[in-house]
Design a protein around this ligand. Structure first.
Ligand code: SF4
Length: 379
């Protein structure tokens, strides 16, 4: 078959498959660009099952972009808590403010206009452009890379400029073939501006449920007859990435300082992970610390605790959280200080233990609070 025949086979069978495998989701068929944008930001790097309740929660709390723009930042971060990649929440809020205040609450209606929004990359701009406005832009996300690299047997690494260009052009060509098929099906008077509204959704759903990363369902696959990866037994090798993911390991020591029934927390303002979330006073070290000697020898700890009387209540076993490029190993040191304690740390806030639930914390801290942070009398 000529290359174009493979492409026609691909689009036709993909669309037929989609017609019989419709996965209803609250954002599917949505035409409101605000809700399409909201769903796409929530679903970045997130499984559908995990993102779904967050989408419902945000939609309920902020029915319009202006409602989101007017919400306090701490409230938005709290609603986002547990979803990870918190820069998405900060960008979401900043973009809502920009649209509400600078663009009169109206979303841009072009790919370029959408792409210029904070937190909106090529994929998200294409998704909003096609789902909300029927504009002919092919989406290229992880699912699309996987399906295309396998079906066409392309080993060009997807994380290189060359790979990105190649897959974007291929995806766009396939979208145009799908559009063309729609025009032919429409008969002699096609609406030439229309794009096939199913195509982008079809390829993403196909990657999510049929051509999955670890165990693709090749034996029930409608593309199998011409799939290069299947023919060459290379499904496990495709797609190719050039860089191996390396995670930097960081050791966080959180001091939970109990003082008059309260503990100290602080907002993370530095340019680092978890910006604008809350955490406890933190001492980062080069290695895992064990034993109370760490508290008595560490200079920062000495400065914080000063001359006050304190005692160690407990130290947690190391708690881990994996981020894309970092592995956080956190130890929670629970201390009690006597009434003569005072602090010069301006950004520390004393909060009653039962009110901690009102603040947004990183996952590793949130889990610790929920599972291990028992009332003191239980120790
Ligand atoms: S045959 Fe297997 S690898 Fe090829 S597209 Fe289908 S599910 Fe993916």
């Amino acid at each position: 078959m000529a290359t174009t025949d493979y492409q026609i086979f691909f689009t036709k069978n993909l669309l037929d498959w989609h017609a019989g495998h419709h996965r209803p989701m609250p954002w599917k068929g949505e035409r409101n660009p605000y809700l399409v944008w909201l769903s796409e930001i929530i679903l970045q790097q997130t499984r559908v099952e995990q993102g779904l309740p967050y989408f419902e929660r945000f939609k309920m709390a902020y029915p319009t972009v202006t409602d989101l723009a007017n919400a306090p930042e701490d409230e938005v971060m709290k609603l986002w808590e547990g979803l990870g990649y918190y820069s998405r929440a900060r960008n979401l809020h900043a973009t809502a403010k920009h649209i509400a205040n600078e663009l009169n609450g109206i979303f841009p209606a072009t790919y370029e206009g959408l792409r210029s929004l904070k937190g909106v990359g090529d994929y998200t701009a294409a998704a909003i452009a096609s789902f909300a406005y029927d504009l002919p832009h092919a989406v290229v996300d992880g699912n699309v890379y996987r399906v295309l690299s396998r079906y066409f047997g392309i080993a060009t690494p997807i994380d290189t400029t060359e790979g990105k260009k190649l897959f974007a052009a291929l995806a766009q060509g396939l979208l145009e073939i799908a559009d063309c098929g729609l025009r032919i099906a429409e008969g002699p008077n096609p609406q030439s501006a229309i794009v096939n509204p199913q195509y982008n959704q079809a390829i993403m759903d196909f990657g999510a449920s049929q051509c999955t990363p670890a165990a693709p369902r090749c034996h029930s696959c409608p593309l199998q007859a011409h799939c290069e990866a299947f023919k060459q037994k290379k499904t496990a090798e495709l797609p190719v990435k050039s860089k191996k993911l390396e995670r930097r390991q960081r050791f966080f020591n959180y001091l939970i300082i109990n003082w008059k029934g309260q503990v100290f927390i602080k907002k993370r303002s530095e340019k680092d992970i978890w910006q604008n979330l809350y955490d406890f006073p933190l001492i980062e070290t080069d290695a895992l610390q064990e034993g109370r000697l760490f508290l008595t020898k560490n200079k920062t700890c000495q400065t914080w605790l000063g001359e006050s009387d304190w005692r160690l209540l407990r130290a947690s076993p190391p708690q881990r959280q994996e981020l894309t490029h970092q592995r956080i190993v956190a130890t929670f040191w629970e201390l009690e200080v006597l009434d003569n304690f005072s602090t010069k740390e301006k950004n520390w806030v004393a909060v009653e233990r039962e009110k901690l639930a009102n603040f947004a914390f990183p996952k590793v801290i949130d889990l610790y609070i929920k599972q291990k942070f028992l009332p003191l009398e239980l120790f």
